[in-house]
Design a protein around this ligand. Structure first.
Ligand SMILES: CCCCCCCC/C=C\CCCCCCCC(=O)OC[C@H](COP(=O)(O)O[C@@H]1[C@H](O)[C@H](OP(=O)(O)O)[C@@H](O)[C@H](O)[C@H]1O)OC(=O)CCCCCCC/C=C\CCCCCCCC
Ligand SMILES: Nc1ccn([C@@H]2O[C@H](COP(=O)(O)O)[C@@H](O)[C@H]2O)c(=O)n1
Ligand code: MG
Ligand code: MG
Length: 243
């Protein structure tokens, strides 16, 4: 939902900054890399110590690099398959650090096994949600569903809650409860999203296999459905590279 409705707004806001970086000779790949390192540092230095406010501030500064890098690539007309791969792969690394940071806090001083497990579930389910789309697209399916809780929602829900919970350290009472609520919400939302995507891929795969059988074997040799796209790139990845 955020990807659909908020992306256009942030694209407008961030375009001048992206243009500025391009004029200074900065490459989109450098922004992707620096942004990921910044998110990792914010999550893994501050969250395990329970410093949620400062961790969230650092992460917020760097996480927007994920919107700037693609913007730069499109402005400069240098969007590439490599860039799409790097962007998506480092998204997984950044997400692992954020939810890993929460898990480390609850495994240590935060001392809550249930919330540690919920954080690990958020980490793993978020990665699998993204994987369903990547794998579905890699076997030539459109995966025409985003689902309830995509990456932007996972980040916004958990980071807004962590930032606010961090205000507890400055004397705001009763606000720490927001983080557990957010982690449970992301966990449940991710499970629902996983179900939505699996159901969609199952339907699309059945339709594609039926169409392939009606028109002959899809790989032209074995009679088995093909295990991947016929071209070097396919589906959304192809359109991204062309964007
Ligand atoms: C009193 C103060 C209290 C402190 C409160 C702190 C408040 C600030 C807290 C948090 C702000 C968090 C902002 C998080 C923004 C996230 C932006 C972002 O990176 O979104 C990424 C997303 C997806 O990008 P991609 O297309 O590159 O990624 C794809 C995606 O990962 C797919 O995964 P899937 O979705 O399928 O699971 C993969 O499949 C695919 O491979 C991959 O390519 O981008 C968007 O969705 C765009 C929309 C972004 C919307 C951002 C909304 C931000 C909302 C509020 C910001 C509040 C800012 C406050 C600043 C305060 C500063 C102090
Ligand atoms: N280093 C990069 C990063 C991204 N791209 C291109 O942008 C697309 C992602 O756009 P976002 O707005 O979500 O960042 C990605 O698929 C690539 O086409 C790039 O070329 N190089
Ligand atoms: Mg990006
Ligand atoms: Mg990204």
């Amino acid at each position: 939902m955020l990807n659909k409705y908020a992306r256009a707004f942030f694209t407008r806001v961030l375009t001048p900054f992206a243009a500025f970086l391009l004029r200074r000779g900065v490459s989109p790949d450098a922004v992707t890399l620096v942004g990921t390192v910044g998110v990792m540092a914010g999550a893994l230095v501050f969250f395990p110590r329970g410093e949620f406010f400062w961790g969230t501030i650092v992460i917020t500064v760097f996480v927007f690099s994920d919107l700037v890098d693609g913007n730069m690539a499109r402005q400069a007309g240098i969007s590439s398959r490599w860039g799409a791969f790097l962007d998506s792969t480092l998204d997984r690394v950044a997400d692992g650090a954020v939810f890993g940071g929460f898990a480390l806090w609850y495994a240590g001083t935060g001392d809550n096994n249930v919330l540690c497990a919920v954080s690990i579930f958020c980490l793993a389910s978020g990665q699998v949600v993204s994987y369903t789309k990547a794998r579905g697209e890699s076997i030539g399916l459109p995966v025409a569903v985003n689902g309830l809780v995509e990456r932007a929602e996972r980040l916004v829900i958990s980071l807004v809650a962590a930032g606010l919970a961090g205000l507890g350290a400055f004397g705001v009472p009763g606000i720490g409860i927001l983080l557990p609520i957010a982690l449970w919400a992301v966990a449940v939302g991710s499970a629902v999203t996983l179900g939505q995507r699996v159901v969609t891929v199952r339907r699309e795969a059945a339709e594609a296999d039926a169409a392939a059988r009606a028109g002959g074997p899809s790989d032209g040799r074995s009679g088995k459905p093909s295990d991947g796209p016929s071209g070097a790139d396919s589906g959304r990845r192809g359109s991204e590279a062309a964007s």
